[in-house]
Write a protein that binds this ligand. Structure first.
Ligand code: OAD
Length: 253
């Protein structure tokens, strides 16, 4: 049952984190909004400008790679210029405090690593590598983008960023590791995800079924809030994480 009031929710969340430790974070696009990267859904979201059926499926990519690469190069441009915000830094600090064991992220922006998080599971891949759709040769993306769009392999075929398009499987190791983390954690901190995209959206349920306490940080309610979430810290990720970290530093830890 979700906590709505009473004893300060930040204090309750900090106490649960400090006493149980063994926490895992699941993050989505919302955690990077304050780093200047738009989320996918909602009025300011990427999918308002780019229809996912035309830009985000593997079928669309294979049919018209040049068109999809236009969106991808705009996205990569934004990602390489973005810096971590207090929410990313808070999770990295929580790991250093010995409270957080890993971050499972649906994001492909690398901001958790830039903030200092060491164990990051990239559930939807990493666009800093490109892979040939024909011979599977790999290239660092920064080397290839800027040459021309769409970038091509030495074999002449199109390169794809190593991210998961709709219709593609989750990288096997990322999925296995995430499910293990979900089963074994005592607290799951869910930050900035609408939890609408499977299989990532199933991770909170796995954690809950294995006894984890679920803390959600999101300005909105999501499909998790009513039935899965134990404490909803309603607010933007950076402010909520700053407040949570302050509470942890001041004694709950
Ligand atoms: P969404 O765009 O679906 O959801 C973003 C969530 O962040 C929403 O619940 C917002 O309320 C919340 N949010 C917005 N601003 C926030 C802020 N400042 N602080 C905290 N939360 C905020 O993004 P995801 O759930 O990450 O997949 O989307 C999941 C997947 O759908 C993505 O990884 C991507 C997309 O299609 C693929 O491309 C395979």
């Amino acid at each position: 049952m979700r906590a709505r009031g009473g004893k300060d929710l930040y204090r309750q969340a900090a106490e649960v984190l400090a006493s149980r430790r063994n926490a895992v974070a699941l993050t989505g696009a919302g955690i990077s909004v304050e780093s200047g990267i738009p989320a996918f859904r909602g009025s300011q979201g990427m999918w308002e400008r780019f229809d996912p059926a035309e830009y985000a499926t593997i079928g669309a990519f294979l049919e018209n790679p040049a068109k999809v690469w236009e969106m991808l190069s705009e996205m990569l441009d934004l990602l390489v210029r973005a810096s971590p915000n207090p929410a990313h830094r808070g999770l990295a600090e929580m790991e250093r405090m010995g409270i957080l064991r890993s971050v499972i992220t649906q994001n492909v922006d690398g901001l958790h690593q830039s903030a200092g998080s060491r164990k990051v599971i990239e559930y939807h891949g990493n666009p800093l590598e490109l892979v040939c759709i024909h011979c599977w040769k790999r290239y660092p993306s920064l080397e290839k983008i800027g040459e021309r769009i769409p970038p091509r392999c030495a074999c002449g075929k199109i390169l794809k960023p190593d991210i998961v398009f709709f219709g593609e499987p989750i990288p096997w190791i990322a999925q296995e590791d995430s499910e293990t983390e979900a089963r074994e954690c005592s607290v799951l901190l869910v930050v900035g995800t609408s939890a609408q995209v499977m299989p990532a959206s199933g991770i909170p349920r796995i954690a809950k079924e294995h006894g984890a306490f679920i803390i959600e940080i999101n300005p909105e309610e999501t499909s998790l809030t009513e039935k899965i979430t134990d404490i909803h810290l309603q607010g933007r990720a950076s402010l909520a994480m700053e407040r949570l970290m302050e509470t942890l530093r001041n004694g709950a830890a």
